[in-house]
Design a protein around this ligand. Structure first.
Ligand code: FAD
Length: 449
């Protein structure tokens, strides 16, 4: 089945479903974003029998809606080893998949508007060098050299030449197709209603099309992961934040490097247009989980209070009523919402467009080709969970990439897969363990940008 699902996000590369549900596999993966497909690809190439279940479309949610930044720059230091591994995977991806997914190492520049921002960038650059990362601190003229005619006066900037961009609408789907070529199964419009548990451990998954046996399951459900595991008594403090994006028609702007300013950010796309957005503002709906996880998210809320617009309304009641877990023989919320497709914040995008046009003359008359929204799944410390679970053997969680999981995704998926089959992990998984939210560890948020 490859029926088109209507949504207002960018069109993702189509993926054909595998023919029939297997009776059992070694590893079942829930979620066809960049994490799920990367985990599946890693396992399938090692001859492990793997099936991935996606309720909607491969890359239909965050992994197909993001800005496409593949960055070390400004990243939490705890994630740098995994991100270095991710760049290695991205480097070989086009060759291995036989598809150009738009990965280009053209560098990333973050302009600093304030002295505090400049100091934070300096701190990050010094720390990153200990990981062997080349990070340059730019003066205002050097920042302007990257963007001809720049009508902004930053105090300086951070430049990581090894950083890259890639195309979100191509990457996860191309990897899913490669999973099938390597002998794995991919099923879209096939929601997992919950885990099949026997004798206190994972024994399979219950999908809308029937049960599939599995000795391990990886939950890579993006913004749905917390809801999914809550059915089995696992507390995963995760919330959602709306982020809004636009893309321009193709244009000769003479800017190849991905750039972030205080009021807009741009990345040149493979189609010759630019993906444009801003991290200066985002929106969070107050939902029942906001109360459930309030204490864990307090530090993040304090830090982001200026940039975060809180809304209370329909989503609260929708989630309160429709998100209740139902018996396995009844339709789940995952089948009702095939693709999480939020309305973008039009007021914000109007400001972003105006800032872009005023900030870089080449964009003055550019045509805006599309606008969309995406729900970011975030953790209290803005670091993902890639972890086995003590209370449920056989379950691995790979989620909560907090707005920067596309770039690190190929390695995040690899690490989740390694935990699922119990082989030596590519990096130390300790920073990503789930119990950090329960064992009294302090919630540390690194804010470098
Ligand atoms: C607007 C925006 C901009 C961003 N910009 C960047 C960026 O520039 N760089 C970067 O690195 N990151 C960025 N991110 C973050 C990045 O996109 C995410 O961290 C990453 O894509 C998460 O991948 P994922 O596989 O965990 O989740 P997702 O891509 O959300 O995939 C999860 C999938 O699981 C499926 N699913 C859920 N529950 C079930 C179920 N029960 N059964 C079956 N399927 C299920 C969903 O349908 C979904 O397709 C951005 C995100 C957004 C929204």
């Amino acid at each position: 089945m490859n029926t088109l699902i209507a949504h207002s996000g960018p069109a993702v590369r189509p993926v054909t479903n595998s023919p029939a549900l297997p009776t059992s596999v070694d590893v079942a993966i829930i979620g066809g974003g960049i994490i799920g497909v990367s985990a599946a690809w890693f396992l399938a190439r090692r001859g492990i029998k793997v099936a991935l279940f996606e309720k909607g479309l491969i890359g239909g949610e965050q992994s197909g809606r993001n800005w496409g930044w593949v960055r070390l720059a400004g990243r939490d230091l705890r994630e740098l080893p995994l991100m270095l591994r991710a760049h290695e995977i991205w480097d070989g991806l086009a060759g291995e998949l036989g598809v150009d997914v738009g990965y280009r190492r053209r560098g990333i520049v973050y302009a600093a508007k304030t002295e505090q921002a400049r100091q934070r960038q300096l701190g990050w650059a010094n720390a990153a060098r200990q990981f062997g990362i080349e990070a340059q601190i730019l003066d205002p003229f050097a920042v302007a050299d990257f963007a001809p005619g720049l009508n902004r006066s930053p105090l300086g900037g951070l430049y990581v030449p090894a950083d890259a961009g890639a195309e979100p609408q191509l990457a996860a789907p191309a990897m899913a197709t490669a999973v099938q070529a390597a002998g794995g199964f991919i099923f879209q419009q096939c929601a997992v209603r919950g885990l099949d548990i026997e004798a206190g451990r994972v024994n399979g998954v219950v999908t809308e099309q029937g049960r599939v046996g599995a000795s391990s399951a990886i939950v890579a459900g993006g913004a749905w992961s917390s809801h999914l595991v809550s059915r089995h008594g696992i507390r995963l403090p995760q919330l959602k934040v709306l982020s809004s994006v636009l893309r321009t028609a193709p244009i000769e702007a003479g800017i190849d490097t991905t750039m972030g300013f205080s009021d807009f950010a741009i990345r040149k796309r493979l189609d010759g247009g630019y993906t444009v957005a801003s991290s200066a503002s985002s929106v969070a709906d107050i939902v029942p989980d906001s109360f459930r996880y309030f204490s864990e998210f307090m530090p993040a809320l304090k830090l982001e209070r200026k940039a975060l617009k809180l809304r209370f309304g329909k989503p609260f009641f929708d989630e309160l009523i429709s998100y209740r877990h139902r018996p396995f023989d009844q339709q789940s919320i995952y089948e009702k919402i095939r693709v999480l497709d939020p309305t973008p914040d039009d007021a914000l995008l109007t400001k972003v467009e105006a800032s872009l046009k005023a900030g870089i003359p080449a964009f003055k008359d550019v045509t805006i080709a599309q606008k969309w929204g995406g729900m970011i799944d975030t953790m209290p410390d803005v670091v993902p969970v890639i972890s086995t679970t003590e209370s449920l053997p056989g379950l691995v969680i790979g989620t909560g990439f907090s707005g920067h999981g596309f770039g690190i995704g190929p390695a995040g998926g690899q690490l989740a897969a390694e935990l699922a089959i119990g082989v030596t992990p590519c990096v130390d998984p300790t920073p990503f363990r789930l119990p950090r939210f329960e064992d009294g560890s302090p919630i540390e948020i690194q804010s470098w940008l």
